[in-house]
Ligand binder design. Sequence first.
Ligand code: ATP
Length: 889
Amino acid sequence: MKISEERCRQLPEDQTDSAGLDDSEASEKLRTEGYNELEEKEKFTPLKVLLSQLKNVIIWVLAAAALISLYIDEVVNFWVILGLIMFVILLGFVQEYRAEKAMESLKGIVRPKTTVLRSGTLRQIPTREVVVGDILVLEAGDRVAADACIFETQQLKVDESALTGESVPVSKNKNEPLYAGTQIVRGKCRARVTATGMDTELGGIASLIQPQAQDTPLQREISAFSRKLAIVALFASGLALALGISAGAPIEEMLIIALALAVAAVPEGLPLTLTITLAYGMRRMAAKNAIIRKMLAVETLGSTSVICTDKTGTLTKNEMTVEKIWTADSSFEVTGSGYTAEGVFLHAREEFDLQDSTLQVLLRGAALCNNASLDPGSKEDIVGDPTELALLAAASKAGMSKESLSGDYERIHEIMFNSDRKMMTTLYRRGENLRSFTKGAVEVVLDRCDHVFKNGRKTELDADAKSAILKENTGLASQAYRVIAIACKDVGEDWNEESLEKNLTFLGLMAMADPVREGVTEAIGLCHEAGIKVVMITGDNVKTALAISRQLGIPSRQPDGVEDPDGILADGAITGEELEELDDAAFAEIAEHVHVYARVMPQQKLRIVKALQAEGHVVAMTGDGVNDAPALKKADIGIAMGLKGTDVARQSSDMVLQDDNFATIVEAVKRGRTIYDNIEKFTSYLVSRNFNEIILIMLGISLLGYELVPLLALQILFINMFGEIMPSIALGLDPAREEVMKRKPRPVGEGILAGKKLVLVGLVAGVMGLACFASFLVADPLADLERARTIAFATVVSMILFIPFAFRSLDLSVLETGFFNNRLIFAGILSTLLLTLVVMYVPFLAAIFDLVPLALQDWLLPLGFAGVTMVFVEIVKALLFRKGFRKSY
Ligand code: ATP
């Protein structure tokens, strides 16, 4: 990293205080230098996807069958099987390529942004558009977009572990380098970009740290499951081969049938359908603003039993408007909404003249103790924390702006806000004098005040005055207002950070409304129906938290019979302070019953996650700040905010909410449950279908002898090729249904096709096999073998027309799920039906497949058997899974 350090030391002083690049300069540089992106090494290409099809064992089994056909002079068979090999490769290629494309498109959805200074104004631009010469404006939680040299810094600490592996954050000063990919964990800085994209230090080692995609437990389970089934299938085909040979069949002919059986029975479609289901499922989630970062989250969502959520911005809109102000002199209403200067201050319903009032001093403090930037009228330049924007908007209603004040006040220091401190202080020089302004959570600021500003004078803050403030605070908070206290202090030249926040003079309270987001109350109701507990964790005041929780329908009363000797849960919430007092054992006792946590420090979220996990819960946890990262990592699903979250939080998360909305989490849970259900649906279908033919052939050979084998090799292969993939993909993409949110979360560790589901699949495969064999017998193979085989063939095809509908839901009947709300199933079975009719009724093809054209009434038998089988499946489903019989969920 020598070069960047060198460059930084050589940075000329006059280059450090400019207003940044202007837009035309920046776009010219972007054109010549290219995007600030790392080149991806492992891009999938059509050729790679095509070659990966050769890994499919079926192709090799088919190839063996083709060769044997050639060897025994079955030339037609040889060509047909060769055609089938092409078909398998093509189908696999098209589906996998499209699934990969769908996954790839997800990557581009989260476009990280970076704040830069351009033409003197702060801009949020896509990180990939950062160019050399840009000025990065960074603060805690940001990921550094490019290599840069620091020219202005404040208490900066950077986590460089992405680059150096060293996990302890390092302090950085002026003229030191910052590296792309590292993260600011404390403080803030401005830095000029020296290199972007592959020219950065990170670019140099990018190829070493490209993340390797890892299979999730579910993918591994499905692969292991397919392997086991393949072994069973191969064993069964071997058995069929042995039976055939012992019954006197010519080895080569029997070998082809056995290989065809193996092809039919090996569930090669499973992993591919899984990929498609996951890829499209994730794409549907992304369309609903839930971006899955780690595929594992899709699986875990189905088991989520607790959602711990922030309040501000997730349950509420995070669009703050100051509506009420209180000073020791009087109280005021503020009119107008949004971040604009439109509005007035009303006192006793009359417009108030601010001249020389405490209110004026308070508003000045609100504007000066503020890092947001508000240019009313222009949306682009509204930058900053909504709390601060609201304060700034209120000040602007009194004609104050940061710009108008900056002539008189020069900022010389800032002690930054963070969720632990819950306050912030700025120090200004005005002529000869120094004055600081502090704002923050009422209890925190009030604790540091010993005076109050009243009637234009500083008076001592006695117990009465203090309790009046606290009473007012409680009153405002109980109306769901977020309340900020503002104080000031005249400071001597010998100040230090500690003294700046002591002996303050209280100026007043500013109460801001933050309305509940639309759809959240309904989403919380849905969670309760779905057996998911919703826990609100907020840094805000307990009264505000409780008022909002009541609006949202989050329970804030403790249930009867809960041990709570210290009465901590009496008001329905726990504060961070109370949590600190509890040891782990005491907390474990009550964790299950707490729905609202207030005045919580981010670090405490980790404790909450652990306690809930210890109770056996699968915990989803939201977070946005740097200090939320440990809890996000520990949670079963860490959920970061796409809009207001920091880069650090996003990187620690499994899922990102593009719209920061709680309702989106619930939508994701619904989709997660649906995906899991769909995986189960197509697995059940595929497995029962695969064993259908095995059972049919085994029954045929063992009971009737090999000459009367019910299906021939090409017929088996045809059914397998055209009757399997389309219906199973259609099941994998079955749309979400409301019912998925009416049951409890899926128990952790419950495998695919466990318990009763395996019983169902076994029974269905058995009955389908028996039904097909029965139709073969009824068709009288001794009289006309070709016709009987055609009828057996038509019966297997008819099963494909009916059975997928039955597998659309395990707990609902086909009549309840409906027939017409999954058009893919229709497309799938229609294509199977059409192809069947073609091979059966086009003479030249019928000859190849040894089929005879059936008369219309001949179809009654296959369709009748398939219909009866479907009724049977429905009865078994009702017996095994109908509510009341169900245990697992
Ligand atoms: P949540 O955790 O639900 O997002 P929150 O946004 O209220 O809640 P924090 O941002 O940690 O949590 O804020 C905690 C408290 O700090 C707030 O209730 C408020 O009193 C105070 N506060 C918030 N923002 C600022 C700020 N910019 N300057 C000073 N104090 C602030």
